[in-house]
Ligand binder design. Structure first.
Ligand code: SF4
Ligand code: SF4
Length: 300
């Protein structure tokens, strides 16, 4: 019965556009003991036995344009698709008699709230790792074999026991440090043999705030440059680390450099420049509605 239910759920998610779905038993949080107890599934919803994690991929050529309006819109589209799927799957499982609950794609309402407490109540990244969808890279992002870190997740908790997927037992991160070297804020610092970089959340948040003011959130450079993922074969974009590494320096010297022209062209249109973004009166550029001043797009 539970194997049949698993197949039904996978089909349900796939038919609604999900690129990957995995299943984690709640015991994995105890077994790995990496997540504080208040942030584990049964602390959020006690009846949980299985966490279903499903993901939508971010097409590489759009991620490469970051920061840009198409990249911002991609995030919005993916986030809304994730929540829609989680909501539908929760009601589908309920209709089959398996009580369920979902945790929205992001767990914060504004960057101001993140300044106060820079943590979500639940980590989809850890859930995706325990559901066998990938491993955590130096950048603190989940790297998947199919899309590297270019995928976003949502989690559905259910009372049903569903056969788990095995956790990936080898590190997908190749420790190239491109994520750290390309970060515009120097927020990631590789440390000796540590599998995770030191992550300066405050510096990353500074970047998020700047881009939010310009209506260009999120940053995602660490997601763009990661060489992991079969999506690079699909788009014939393997082995271009040097292009990413030199992007800032070359564009500072020549904003019209041919190698980056498709990205810089897209970036020119539709967003506020820094002066317009800093202007609160609305006399430069467009006026930001009061209700949107502290809003933001989704965060990685
Ligand atoms: S999102 Fe941007 S600022 Fe934050 S760590 Fe990644 S590259 Fe750095
Ligand atoms: S860019 Fe390199 S070091 Fe960073 S997460 Fe990807 S593989 Fe790991």
């Amino acid at each position: 019965m539970s194997a049949k239910l698993k197949a039904q759920i996978v089909r349900f998610c796939k038919e609604r556009g999900a690129d990957m779905t995995g299943f984690a038993p709640v015991e994995r949080w105890d077994e790995y003991d990496e997540v504080p107890s208040d942030y584990r599934p049964q602390a959020l919803w006690e009846p949980t036995r299985t966490v279903i994690v499903t993901g939508f991929s971010l097409p590489l050529p759009i991620v490469e344009t970051t920061p840009s309006v198409p990249h911002m819109e991609l995030y919005r589209t993916v986030n809304s698709a994730l929540d829609r799927l989680a909501y539908d799957l929760t009601r589908y499982l309920n209709s089959l008699g398996h009580a369920s609950f979902y945790f929205t794609h992001d767990g914060f309402s504004s960057l101001k709230a993140l300044r106060r407490a820079n943590l979500a109540a639940f980590s989809h990244v850890m859930a995706a790792k325990y559901a066998g969808l990938g491993t955590i890279g130096l950048s603190h992002c989940l790297l998947t074999p199919q899309f590297g870190p270019r995928v976003r997740f949502v989690s559905v908790f259910t009372k049903a026991f569903i056969p788990p997927d095995p956790v990936i037992d080898h590190d997908l991160c190749i420790h190239c440090e491109l994520c750290a070297r390309c970060c515009p804020k120097g927020a990631l610092t590789a440390k000796g043999n540590s599998s995770l970089a030191d992550y300066d959340k405050s510096a990353c948040l500074d970047m998020a705030e700047t881009l939010t003011r310009q209506r260009l959130y999120p940053c995602g450079v660490c997601i763009k440059v990661c060489p992991v993922g079969k999506d690079r074969d699909l788009y014939d974009q393997k082995g271009i680390g040097r292009k990413y590494l030199r992007e800032r320096e070359i564009l500072e010297a020549d904003p019209e450099a041919t190698a980056y022209r498709s990205w810089t062209h897209i970036r020119k249109y539709g967003a506020l420049d820094e002066a317009e973004a800093a202007d609160k009166t609305g006399t430069i550029g467009i006026r930001i509605p009061e209700k949107d001043k502290d809003n933001h797009g989704p965060i990685q």
